[in-house]
Ligand binder design. Structure first.
Ligand code: FEO
Length: 171
């Protein structure tokens, strides 16, 4: 078992923020009355805002972490390690969800029953996302972080972590 201390772990800070935002989405859902147009619109706006941040998180990781790691791996790594990185963000998790949120606005002018059934669809999509994204974050923390620790010095990782935090807070 590799123990990676928090100060050199580039994933823990943004992931704890994402987990907080995921709880925020669940709570927004719980408090939404789908028969209320105001509630419904607020939910859609809130979800778009939160998922825009999730998309930014992936871009930050690609730019500040994965690209650098891939470069190191190319120089001196077995094929398995490269595969792990290359497949990590291969699936586009966000475009279909953002499209679903945008589609939701058409339901503002529709009846309650339509809005409720859209709500059920939305809820299912969110659960599918959580069930996929939580293991993804675990994979980064437990599979990719040890690779970072293998190929980068503690100083380099501390700098990388600082950049990640800075960009995360900027978004
Ligand atoms: Fe940290 Fe790739 O999500």
């Amino acid at each position: 078992v590799t123990i990676v201390f928090d100060e050199v772990n580039v994933f823990t800070f943004p992931h704890s923020r994402i987990k907080k935002l995921m709880n925020c989405c669940t709570s927004k859902f719980g408090h939404t009355d789908f028969t209320s147009l105001n509630d419904f619109e607020e939910l859609l706006i809130g979800l778009q805002c939160i998922f825009t941040e999730f998309m930014a998180h992936e871009q930050i990781e690609n730019h500040l972490v994965m690209k650098k790691l891939r470069k190191k791996l190319k120089q001196n790594s077995p094929m398995d390690d490269t595969e792990l990185i290359c497949n990590c963000h291969k699936v586009d998790r966000f475009t279909p969800l953002m499209a679903l949120f945008r589609d939701g606005y058409a339901f503002i002018r529709r009846g309650n029953a339509d809005r409720m059934s859209y709500g059920v669809r939305l809820h299912k999509a969110m659960i599918t996302f959580y069930n996929d994204f939580v293991p993804h974050m675990n994979e980064e923390e437990n599979g990719i972080q040890p690779l970072l620790s293998k190929y980068f010095t503690d100083i380099e990782l501390k700098m990388m972590r600082t950049q990640v935090i800075k960009m995360t807070l900027k978004k």
